[in-house]
Design a protein around this ligand. Structure first.
Ligand code: BDP
Length: 689
């Protein structure tokens, strides 16, 4: 008897603590109660909604819930109204989002009152940088979930299952659109066999409320169409795009549209034919217009000229404001350079008043430690979305300049470059799943706090089974000893990474093109200056930082007053952006009275200490986590700790050659010497070739 009980306990214990599977993301199977659902309408989307409710209901046992389509001016297309007795929405997708919201609240302890829930943005998109050959540009979680080569386009049942799981995860956080391929787009994406595979993906995503988009190559009419030009003014070129669009809509009747990277980093574009971005974007917009398709045209442009790279997108796009068709959206990266650990917002937000502008965030952590470092990105995105642009007076935050509440725009949208791949846990790092989750939650509600997102995600992803079903409250101990410290670690993690990589406004000081390790010295002979760190840090015997005031590149003048004035003044410029906007002397007094050099040393030191603390937090959490996920995260934190030390030593020892000052003696001494680090870097660069 005793032994049987013991075995039973062991089995139960092992299923709850050890047999966890991180492929389930935040949608882990939990104990449920029974629910009765009424709905007078039926559709594939509603069927999914009903199933989800049945499979995960944790509310009152035997509750009656009604799903109902209604007309209501207060509701946006995807919005819904929640009550204790049901969900009302204008569309089937709205009902599905309502279902996921109720389930989330049941599982995380939120209450269900009679509220209306509308999304902040109409289009909440992932951008996959997936190549047709199956590789993923800046992907750190394995191969593509959509493509495995142009000779391997047949759709398997494994594909269909995977795409369905992907669709479900997206729908559960409100993501309603996806671009299936890399912005560095192969023209082949528009060939018929590839389009047929895209159609197969679209068919799986559709019932989950997700529309399919493709990134296209501007030279496609020449490369795959056999035309002599891709000039957007050429009638044959226009006709080619119209025909191609028609073909796509025959296959995918609700196709979303195109994403275009043109005249950027060597990609072809309208400028190759003496035309401008508006000419190119509008030509495609015309082809898509009859089907309500849109063009997302990227503003990520810069040339190796004498002009500060941070100014170039604004210079190129501002004169075109008002010239784009209303189904063109200009897609702008959050910062003016390129997804750096911390950037001020791009001055294009709020400045283009007659053009729809959408933010592009990077969920994949190209510049933030990739799939090795634990960095919760919600805090960085929150800082960005809440940035005050002043473009239309106080309250013109980036969020409000892009969500349609200030400017009259036909669409509102936000994109995140996906961190998803074939790895069993989808994202390469268990905590990187939180960034996919966070992107969806913030795209849905840009006023949600990062703390709430972390709280929800931890409860859904690591929450214990023994949650009280009546009150949805968690075990006190779990709450105090796991949830609170791990949440705090997540909320501090971005600042920690900024500290040990690029504090005080430093940016782009990575070695080589892998964008992983430190390389403040990296400047091979003949390399474009704006691809090398010295261009960005400008360290010399006098000081460090990029002078973007009127005496330097004057990039500050692209911002609106009173912000521009605040940034320009060394005394009022927020210190987190100090070296982004100013070349500052090593002895400059910081607000805390330390010299700049000392403060730099303190920041790097702080970053390393923070990661060491994260290791402690995680080790203490061991008893609350299954063995597999515990070990995986522990292992990555160890590597992050070593990387942080390397970043600190590399940057301080390198910059010390210019400052000629000691690292404050009260701080930990370097563990590496500069020659060693240079050699490590050379080897790493060699290996990556
Ligand atoms: C850079 C990436 C590069 C992308 C480019 C882009 O290093 O791989 O193609 O952005 O956004 O950050 O187009």
């Amino acid at each position: 008897m005793k032994t049987t009980k013991l075995i039973l306990i062991l089995i139960l214990f092992s299923t709850s603590l050890f047999a966890e599977n991180d492929s389930e993301l935040w949608l882990r199977k939990k104990a449920t109660t029974q629910v009765n659902i009424q709905c007078s309408k039926s559709s594939p989307t509603i069927d999914i909604a009903i199933n989800e409710l049945k499979n995960s209901w944790q509310g009152e046992d035997g509750a009656n819930i009604e799903l109902k389509i209604i007309k209501d001016k207060q509701l946006k297309a995807d919005g819904f109204r929640l009550s204790r007795t049901g969900i009302q929405a204008k569309t089937d997708a709205g009902l599905l989002y309502g279902v996921f919201e109720i389930l989330r609240r049941q599982q995380t302890g939120g209450s269900i009152t009679g509220d209306i829930v509308n999304p902040s943005y109409d289009l909440r998109l992932l951008n996959h940088w997936d190549n047709l050959n199956g590789s993923v540009e800046r992907g750190y979680a394995g191969r593509s979930i959509f493509w495995r080569g142009i000779d391997s386009l047949e759709v398997t049942s494994g594909d269909l299952n995977l795409w369905k799981e992907y669709a479900r995860a997206n729908a559960s956080v409100g993501i309603n659109a996806t671009v299936l391929n890399n912005v560095n787009a192969s023209p082949s994406v528009l060939t018929t066999p590839v389009l047929e595979r895209a159609k197969a993906v679209a068919d799986v995503l559709r019932p989950y409320g997700i529309k399919t988009y493709l990134a296209v190559n501007f030279a496609s009419p020449e490369v795959i169409g056999g035309l002599e030009t891709a000039d957007p003014f050429d009638p044959a070129v226009k006709a080619w795009w119209k025909e191609k669009v028609k073909e796509i809509y025959t296959l995918i009747p609700d196709f979303g549209g195109f994403l275009v990277k043109a005249n950027s980093e060597g990609q072809p574009g309208p400028q190759n034919f003496g035309r401008n971005h508006a000419d190119g974007a509008n030509m495609m917009a015309e082809a898509l217009e009859p089907y309500n398709g849109i063009v997302m045209w990227r503003a990520f442009v810069y040339d190796p000229s004498d002009e500060d790279r941070a100014k170039q997108a604004y210079n190129e796009f501002m004169p075109l404001d008002g010239q784009f068709h209303d189904n063109v959206i200009i897609q702008v990266k959050n910062g003016p350079i390129d997804f750096q650990p911390r950037e001020p917002f791009s001055p294009l937000f709020g400045a283009m008043k007659k053009t729809t502008v959408m933010p592009e965030l990077q969920v994949t952590m190209e510049y933030l430690g990739q799939s090795v470092h634990l960095v919760f990105l919600a805090t960085m995105w929150e800082e960005f979305l809440k940035s005050e642009t002043w473009q239309e007076g106080a309250g013109s935050t980036v969020a409000r300049c892009t969500d349609g509440s200030i400017f009259n725009q036909k669409y509102s949208a936000i994109a995140g470059v996906a961190n998803i791949g074939l790895d069993a846990n989808w994202c390469g790092h268990d905590f990187a799943q939180a960034n996919w989750y966070a992107f969806g939650r913030q795209a849905w509600d840009h006023s949600i706090s990062s703390a709430q997102i972390a709280d929800e995600w931890l409860k859904l992803t690591f929450g214990p089974q023994n949650i009280d079903k009546e009150t949805s409250s968690y075990d006190l101990e779990w709450n105090l000893s796991f949830l609170q410290p791990v949440k705090q670690m997540m909320l501090n993690s971005h600042e920690a990474t900024v500290n040990y990589m690029m504090p005080l406004g430093l940016h782009h000081i990575f070695s080589a093109h892998a964008h992983y390790g430190p390389g403040p010295w990296w400047a091979p002979r003949g390399m474009r200056a704006d691809w090398t760190p010295p261009y960005y840090h400008q360290a010399d015997s006098l000081g460090i930082g990029f002078d973007r005031t009127a005496s330097g590149s004057d990039a500050i003048s692209q911002y609106h007053e009173p912000l521009a004035g605040q940034l320009a003044d060394l005394n009022t410029c927020p210190e987190v952006y100090l070296l982004w906007f100013h070349h500052v002397s090593w002895d400059h007094k910081m607000k805390n009275n330390r010299t700049l050099w000392n403060e730099l040393c303190y920041r790097y030191d702080e970053g390393v200490k923070q990661v060491r603390e994260f290791q402690q937090v995680w080790d203490k959490a061991e008893r609350f986590v299954d063995a597999e996920r515990f070990a995986a995260v522990q292992h990555k934190l160890t590597e992050q700790g070593m990387n942080a030390q390397e970043w600190k030593d590399a940057c301080l020892l390198y910059f010390q050659q210019f400052s000629k000052q000691p690292i404050p003696y009260e701080l930990e001494r370097p563990l590496f010497n500069l020659d060693e680090l240079l050699e490590r870097d050379r080897q790493r660069v060699r290996r990556s070739r």
